[in-house]
Each structure stands twice: as structure tokens, then as C-alpha cells.
Write a protein that binds this ligand. Structure first.
Ligand code: G6P
Length: 478
């Protein structure tokens, strides 16, 4: 057989993402095993995986050997190993210190290193080869996110029989910003290996199509781009959450009891404000703290009846900009609590942890006002999770315009996080909003997340992928 044309594998649907949906579990005897950690994507894809033979290809999250392939939740999990050097240069370097800040409108300056690019190419090839080994003849392969933008093109080269979809979970920047990337043409061409490219917002798809014209000199027409003899479609498929799952969680007695307990532990404040983010500079945590601190300074919020709970889950802790952000956030929290706290009472409760979804649901239920102040955010699922949990239709969502979610959640109190005065005024309006206004706003938002949940997102995307690849059913047939 031709060494460049590997034998097809046995799976009709293959998902490829940087991270596998598993957690590493260390047993008391020191042995290591892997337990699947069903996040939103897994929940979304489960029905498809159950109907077909599905495999998921990704990294375990730890350097060194990959776990042995194993079956869980009706799918076959296949680990891709990354060495320590590759974690530093492909994951922490090119993915999270070059692409991440670049694609989020250079909130932090992106770092360009030729060596990181080389390792990004090398690791993308490994993912493509691993996917090619799993995919059956004519299978559908769905590649996810900015860490793997070269995989569609590489995969098409080794397996022209495949139907390939790609979904970008983060923003796609305007061309003036994207053009900074020394490898902009290679990235565009890598993505164009797909039959269908999904983005969070229409604006992201439009930015990508413009990059096709400007960086690769290609012709576009509507939402399609002509790439050689193929036509590639690029359009918006806004991602969502497992709405019924969160709804059920929030109705559980133990979760509701926990929500009450949380409020009691905080001294039963009149106003409980909540922020929940990965500790990332895109989330606008400092802007939020600044606004909150000033509202206490001004006396527009009373420290005796207002508490802000800020959950900041640890993220990418070896990347310099994340370390700097953590120091700044913690200094700011310390300053606000030092200025306004009293014995037995502090205005900001800062938690540098991640929590299971039961605790998250309890926090969403306990809160009066949810603060989402991202400077740039592909979607922001926290906003949707909060809404999905509020079955009594109370509570207010303060939401940055610069999130994908703002396109869908018109019932939110929208803010420009750079406009601190506006953020302050809007927080006060949200805090003081009455039950009627809250219900009116919450009802429209709940309708949206009910009708557009993550399983609809997945079936919309896969349906469109089926149609997009339809013209090339014979390609690559033996
Ligand atoms: C964002 C990205 C995901 C990523 C997640 C967590 O949501 O779009 O691809 O998995 O952040 O970041 P991490 O670097 O820990 O995987």
C-alpha cells in the first residue's frame, strides 16, 4: 500500500480538538487513569457519537506519553502526545502567546517566534495524522479551534475522501490585525482544507473571508470562497450550552439548598454580584473590579449590603501574561478589601479555583447580578449558563458588547467595558432593576438559550457540513 495514503480507520465521525475531554486521575497507589470529563462539547456530540462510530482525537493536558486509547460515553478516545518542549512552544507559545492575543484584538501584545511556528506546524501534522488513522473511508472529521488551524489542509492532503469541518471557538480578527501574523497565508490555506468553516458571529466569518481575499488573493462570493477546484463555505454557527442539563441542575433540591447556604455564608447581602471567568486578560476582570471599587468609593453601592463574588479559575499559568494578570487582579482585590472591608466582612470574595458544575449552578442561583465584562470573547458561555439556571426569571445580566453572546442576548444590560463610567451606571441600573423589568429581560434571554442549545448547534453544523461536502462524494474513492 502507498505509505502516503494510510489505510482508512474504522470511525465514521472523528472529532479533533487540542484537549481531550478527559481528566487525569491519580489513584492512591500512584497509578494513573483517565476519566472523561463531559463538558459542553461532549454533551453536544454524544447523540452523534451514539448514532455512529465516533472517535475523539486530542491531547490529555499533560506532557509526555499519551494515555492508551479507551472507550467512554460511546466514543473512542485517542490521545496525541506532546513533549514538554511542544507544550512550551506549540501550546503555551504559538497557541496562547501568539494566536490567542492576536485573535482577541491584541489586548496583550502577541509574540512572534519562528521557532514556535515550526513546532505549531509539526504538532498540527501529528494531529492530522492521528485523525487520518481513525477516520473510515468517506468519514466526517470535525476539527476545533485556533490551536489546530492547519489540520484541515493537512488532513485533506492525506485523505481527500474525507468530509472536513472546522469550528473556530474564538474571534477571527479584522484584517488589519490578522495581517500582522507572518504566517497569515499558511493559516488561511490550512483552514481552507475544510468543506465548511464555522465561526461564532457573522462578523468573524466576514473577517475570515476578507483574509482569504487579502492574504491569499482568493475570490469570495457571499459566504463562499473558491479554493482551487473546491468551494468552501464560511458562516456563523453561534455555540451554546446544554440548556436542559443546566436547567435540571438548577432545579435540584441540593443545588437550591447550596445557593441559600452561599448567601448565608456571605452574610445574606441585599445585592450579590457574581463574576465567573477563566483568569484571562480577555475577560476584563480588572475593568470590572475598577468599576466595583469606584462604586464603593462613591457610596453608590453600600459595602454593608453588597458583595462581589469573583471566581477566577486558574488557566495557562506558565504563560507570562497570565502570571502578570494574576498579580494585578490579586493586588486590586486586596486594595478594595483593604479600603472597604471590616472585621468579618469583605466586599470582594475572590476564589482562584475551578468548581464542579453543581457548585456553579448554585452560584448562578445565588447571584442577583451576573457581570460579564470581556474586552473580547468568542461567545462567553457563562452568560448563557446563568440565564439557563434562572428558572424563576429573576436576576440581571450585565454583558459586554464585545462577546458573541451579546448578538443573541438582547435582554442583557449591555456595556462597553472600556467605558468605566458607563459600566458603573449600568451596574447600578442592574442592581436597582425591579422584578418586572428583570422578568421581561430574562424571559427573552431564556427563550433564546432554550431554542438554541448546544445540540441544535452541533446538528446545524453537521447538517450544513453534510450538504457542503455533498458535491464531492466521489473524491478520493479507490
Ligand atoms: C477557550 C478555547 C478552548 C480552550 C479553553 C480553555 O475556550 O477556545 O479551545 O480549551 O479556552 O483553555 P485551555 O488552554 O486550558 O485549553
Amino acid at each position: 500500500s502507498d505509505p502516503d495514503r494510510p489505510e482508512p480507520g474504522e470511525y465514521d465521525v472523528v472529532v479533533v480538538s487540542n484537549r481531550l475531554p478527559v481528566d487525569r486521575v491519580e489513584e492512591p497507589d500512584g497509578s494513573v487513569s483517565w476519566r472523561s470529563s463531559p463538558g459542553g462539547l461532549v454533551a453536544a456530540l454524544e447523540p452523534f457519537m451514539r448514532r455512529t462510530d465516533g472517535a475523539w482525537v486530542g491531547w490529555s493536558g499533560a506532557p509526555g506519553d499519551a494515555p492508551e486509547p479507551f472507550d467512554e460515553h460511546d466514543m473512542h478516545l485517542v490521545g496525541v502526545p506532546l513533549s514538554e518542549g511542544e507544550v512550551a512552544e506549540y501550546y503555551e507559545g504559538f497557541s496562547n502567546a501568539t494566536l490567542w492575543p492576536l485573535y482577541h484584538d491584541v489586548i496583550a501584545p502577541p509574540v512572534f517566534h519562528r521557532r514556535w511556528w515550526d513546532v505549531y506546524v509539526q504538532v498540527n501534522r501529528r494531529f492530522a495524522e492521528a485523525a487520518a488513522r481513525q477516520a473510515s473511508q468517506g468519514a466526517t472529521v470535525w476539527v476545533h479551534d485556533y490551536q489546530l488551524q492547519l489540520v484541515p489542509g493537512m488532513l485533506r492532503e492525506i485523505r481527500p475522501d474525507l468530509r472536513i469541518g472546522f469550528f473556530d471557538h474564538i474571534p477571527f480578527p479584522g484584517y488589519e490585525i490578522f495581517a500582522q501574523l507572518p504566517w497569515r497565508r499558511q493559516v488561511v490555506e490550512g483552514l481552507l482544507g475544510a468543506d465548511l468553516l464555522g465561526f461564532q458571529r457573522g462578523a468573524d466569518a466576514a473577517n475570515f473571508l476578507r483574509a482569504c481575499r487579502r492574504a491569499a488573493g482568493l475570490r469570495t462570493s457571499g459566504s463562499t470562497v473558491r479554493a482551487g477546484d473546491r468551494t468552501v463555505t464560511a458562516r456563523a454557527f453561534p455555540i451554546s450550552i446544554d440548556t436542559p442539563g443546566f436547567g435540571d441542575l438548577a432545579r435540584r433540591d441540593d443545588v437550591q439548598a447550596r445557593a441559600k447556604e452561599i448567601r448565608e455564608a456571605l452574610g445574606d447581602p441585599r445585592h450579590l454580584l457574581l463574576g465567573v471567568d477563566r483568569l484571562d486578560y480577555t475577560k476584563g476582570i480588572l475593568h470590572r473590579l475598577k468599576a466595583f471599587g469606584e462604586l464603593l468609593d462613591d457610596g453608590r453601592l453600600d459595602v454593608h449590603d453588597t458583595v462581589l463574588v469573583q471566581v477566577a479559575s486558574p488557566s495557562r499559568e506558565r504563560v507570562e501574561q497570565y502570571q502578570a494578570l494574576r498579580d494585578e487582579v490579586e493586588a486590586t482585590v486586596g486594595r478594595i478589601n483593604g479600603d472597604h472591608g471590616e472585621l468579618g466582612h469583605q466586599p470582594v470574595h475572590y476564589l482562584h479555583h475551578s468548581y464542579p458544575k453543581e457548585e456553579m449552578a448554585a452560584l448562578y442561583l445565588a447571584a442577583d447580578v451576573m457581570l460579564v465584562t470581556s474586552l473580547r470573547d468568542g461567545m462567553n458561555l457563562v452568560a448563557k449558563e446563568f440565564v439557563a439556571c434562572r428558572h424563576d426569571e429573576t436576576g440581571a445580566l450585565v454583558l459586554s458588547e464585545f462577546t458573541g453572546a451579546a448578538d443573541e442576548l438582547g435582554g442583557a444590560f449591555l456595556i462597553n467595558p472600556h467605558d468605566i463610567q458607563g459600566v458603573k451606571d449600568t451596574i447600578v441600573r442592574a442592581v436597582e432593576s425591579g422584578e418586572r423589568e428583570q422578568r421581561r429581560r430574562m424571559r427573552t434571554m431564556r427563550k433564546r438559550v432554550r431554542e438554541h442549545d448546544v445540540s441544535r448547534w452541533a446538528s446545524d453544523f453537521l447538517g450544513a457540513l453534510d450538504a457542503a461536502g455533498g458535491a464531492r462524494d466521489d473524491a478520493g474513492a479507490p
